[in-house]
Design a protein around this ligand. Structure first.
Ligand code: NAD
Length: 246
C-alpha cells in the first residue's frame, strides 16, 4: 500500500530535503508541499495519510492541531516546543488515531549519541553538553541538547555541584543549565550544520561522545522510518529510540 505524504515547511532547508527523500522512497508518494500556514488545507484535498512538519514552533503547533482534527498522522521534527506544548500534543494525539512522532533529532547517529550518554551518565560525576549549529538556527539550545540532558539526568542523580557556577567573569560563560543542572553550551557558527559533544568526567579520566551531521540527508532515514511507522504507534511517540528498538 502506498503511503500518501504531505510536507509542511516544504520551502525550508529541511522541508526541501524531505520532499526529495519522499519522492525517491519506494512505497511513499509526495501528495502535498505546504509552504505557508493557510496552504495546509491542501493536505486534506490531497488525501494525505502522514504530514511531516519542519517549520517553526508556533506553526508546528497549529499544524499539529489541524492534523489531529483531520485524521492525519503527524511526524514532527520542528524544535523549540516547550513542555506545555508537548503536553498539548500528548492530549491531541493521546486517545485515538491519528498518531504522532515527535523527535528532536532524526539522525540515527545522534540518537545513538544520546543513548550512549545516558548509558555513561551513572559512571561519571560531571557532564557537559556542547552543541554547534549554523548561525541561522533560531532557538537555543538545540532540542537534541535539551533531550540529552534530560536523558542523562534521568539515568543518574549523582551529578557533582559545579564549583565555578557563581564565578563567571563573563555572564553565561558556564552555559545554561539543562535537566539535572547539566551545563549546555550552544555555539552558532556559519558553515556548521548540526554537531554535539557530550563530555563526561570523573577522577583521572574524561569520556567524549561526539556526533557530526555534515549534510541534511543525515536526517532522512530517520524521517522515513517515522513516516512508515507512525500509523502503527498509538498516541504520541517522543524520540526515535522506540522505533530503533533502543
Ligand atoms: P527553515 O527556516 O529553512 O524552514 C522552515 C520553513 O517553514 C520556512 O520556509 C518557513 O517559511 C516555513 N513555514 C513556517 N510556518 C509554516 C507553516 N505554517 N506552514 C508551512 N510552512 C511554514 O528551517 P529548517 O532549517 O528547515 O528547520 C526547520 C525546523 O526543523 C527547525 O525548528 C529546526 O530546528 C528543526 N530541525 C529538526 C531536525 C530534527 O532532526 N528533528 C533537524 C534539523 C532541523
Amino acid at each position: 500500500m502506498t503511503l500518501r505524504v504531505a510536507v509542511l515547511g516544504a520551502a525550508g532547508r529541511m522541508g526541501r530535503t524531505v520532499c526529495d527523500a519522499v519522492r525517491a522512497a519506494p512505497g511513499l508518494e509526495l501528495v502535498a508541499e505546504v509552504k505557508d500556514g493557510p496552504a495546509i488545507e491542501s493536505v486534506a484535498d490531497a488525501g494525505a495519510d502522514v504530514a511531516v512538519d519542519f517549520t517553526v514552533a508556533p506553526s508546528a503547533m497549529a499544524n499539529a492541531r489541524w492534523c489531529a482534527a483531520n485524521g492525519v498522522h503527524a511526524v514532527i521534527g520542528t524544535s523549540g516546543l516547550n513542555d506545555e506544548e508537548i503536553a498539548e500534543l500528548d492530549a491531541l494525539f493521546g486517545s485515538s488515531e491519528p498518531n504522532a512522532v515527535l523527535a528532536a533529532n532524526f539522525a540515527i547517529g545522534a540518537v545513538l549519541m544520546m543513548h550512549f550518554a545516558a548509558i555513561a551518565a551513572p559512571h561519571f560525576e560531571t557532564g557537559e553538553i556542547v552543541e554547534m549549529h549554523h548561525d541561522t538556527k533560531i532557538d537555543a539550545p538545540s532540542g537534541t541538547a535539551i533531550r540529552t540532558a534530560e536523558m542523562m539526568a534521568a539515568a543518574s542523580d549523582a551529578w557533582a555541584a559545579d564549583p565555578t557556577e557563581h564565578a563567571s567573569v563573563v555572564p553565561g560563560a558556564r552555559g545554561g543549565l539543562g535537566a539535572g543542572r547539566i551545563p549546555i553550551h550552544a555555539l552558532r557558527v556559519r558553515g556548521a550544520v548540526a554537531h554535539q559533544e557530550v563530555v563526561l568526567g570523573t577522577t583521572g579520566q574524561t569520556l567524549t561522545i561526539r556526533h557530526d551531521t555534515t549534510d541534511r540527508t543525515a536526517f532522512m532515514p530517520g524521517v522515513l522510518l517515522a513516516v512508515r511507522e507512525v500509523g502503527t504507534r498509538p498516541g504520541l511517540t517522543i524520540g526515535l529510540e522506540p522505533l530503533l528498538g533502543l
